[in-house]
Write a protein that binds this ligand. Structure first.
Ligand code: CP
Ligand code: NVA
Length: 335
């Protein structure tokens, strides 16, 4: 099984999906599809042999951390997990100095944290590819997996409609707007007026969507706005680092829960509709760390339904991060 990747991605970072062209983004998704098929055929390659990856996490992670570690290891590479409390970054050492040190030892860096400026600084000063594993602003490796999951289910992306229902200005919503625009997926952002994405990003993504025959729409009426959606997507109401806003978010977002009524409102329940969530999710009484009420952003019924593809989406985090590492660092002669 011969793999192909886009040579223009060699040595490149991904700090936001705005960093890649529309075609480069689609090439990453197609490479992830091929890597997944290759893994399912039992093939473990050596595309990242002796490559060393630093995984810096200022915030918690299950999927992103494991996806990066497994992706590297499966192709012969190795990774080092660096939690906020383990290293000096931003405390005793500047971003620029830490970046220059890590760049002397590692071949690539994945960063999860608060500020987009920090991940930009790591990319500027390390001299090696840096991938954004989530900041307050963006979550680009997530959205590669989301689009891959849509492509797996529909066999295409262009012309589909994805409705995101929830906190319309968080990292995931922002990045979905960009990714959908680039892929020609119509994006409907259903959110309270208080949680709208920035006017600048809306304008920017509308221009990208227009050239791909798609639209970016903002609405505030879940039942009316999800009509015609092929994919329903939600995320937590309170993102990491925003915990003090929990009470106001609950009040704003409780009418925006994705539940059976909303699934019905798409008109596509029996016509291939899928439900997506980046996870972790508050969908039942097991996940009540911040909730007294059980399900929050999605009902258990929807989360557990056959049309819920959330665990495929989670698995696809690994294939898409592997595609990024391979595109940036692997030798095409060894494909
Ligand atoms: N979706 C996602 O990024 O999950 P983690 O927070 O577990 O990495
Ligand atoms: N918006 C969420 C995504 C978690 C993967 C957060 O930032 O916490």
């Amino acid at each position: 099984m011969r793999l192909k990747w886009n040579p223009s991605l060699r040595g490149r970072s991904l700090l936001t999906l705005l960093d890649v062209t529309d075609d480069e983004m689609l090439d990453l998704i197609n490479l992830a599809v091929a890597l997944k098929a290759r893994r399912q055929a039992g093939i473990r390659g050596n595309l990242l042999l002796r490559r060393q990856f630093a995984l810096i996490f200022e915030k918690s992670s299950t999927r992103t951390r494991c996806a990066a570690a497994v992706a590297a290891r499966e192709e012969g590479g190795a990774s080092e997990y660096l939690a906020r409390s383990d290293i000096h970054l931003g405390l005793k050492e500047s971003v620029a100095d830490t970046a220059r040190v890590l760049g002397r030892m590692f071949d690539g860096i994945l960063f999860r944290g608060f500020s987009q400026q920090v991940v930009e600084g790591l990319a500027r000063y390390s001299g090696v590819p840096v991938w954004n594993g989530l900041t307050d602003s963006y979550h680009p490796t997530q959205v590669l997996a989301d689009l891959m999951t849509m492509q797996e289910n529909f066999g295409r992306l262009r012309g589909l409609t994805l409705a995101f229902v929830g906190d319309g200005r968080n990292n995931v919503a922002n990045t979905l707007m960009i990714g959908c625009a680039k892929a020609g997926v119509n994006f409907v952002n259903v959110t309270p007026p208080e949680l709208m994405p920035s006017a600048e990003l809306v304008e920017q993504t509308r221009a990208i969507a227009a050239r791909n025959g798609a639209s970016i729409t903002i609405g505030h009426d879940p039942v009316a706005d999800v009509r015609g959606a092929n994919a329903l997507y939600t995320d937590v109401w309170v993102s990491m680092g925003e915990e003090e806003q929990k009470a106001s978010r609950m009040a704003l977002l409780s009418p925006y829960q994705v539940n059976a009524r909303l699934v019905e409102a798409t008109g596509n329940r029996d016509n291939g509709l899928i439900f997506l969530h980046c996870l972790p999710a508050f969908h039942d009484d097991q996940t009540t760390i911040t909730s007294e009420t059980g399900a929050l952003e999605v009902s258990d019924e929807v989360f557990e339904a056959p049309y819920s593809k959330v665990f495929d989406q989670a698995e696809n985090r690994m294939h898409t991060i592997k595609a990024l590492m391979v595109s940036a660092l692997a030798d095409p002669e060894k494909a």
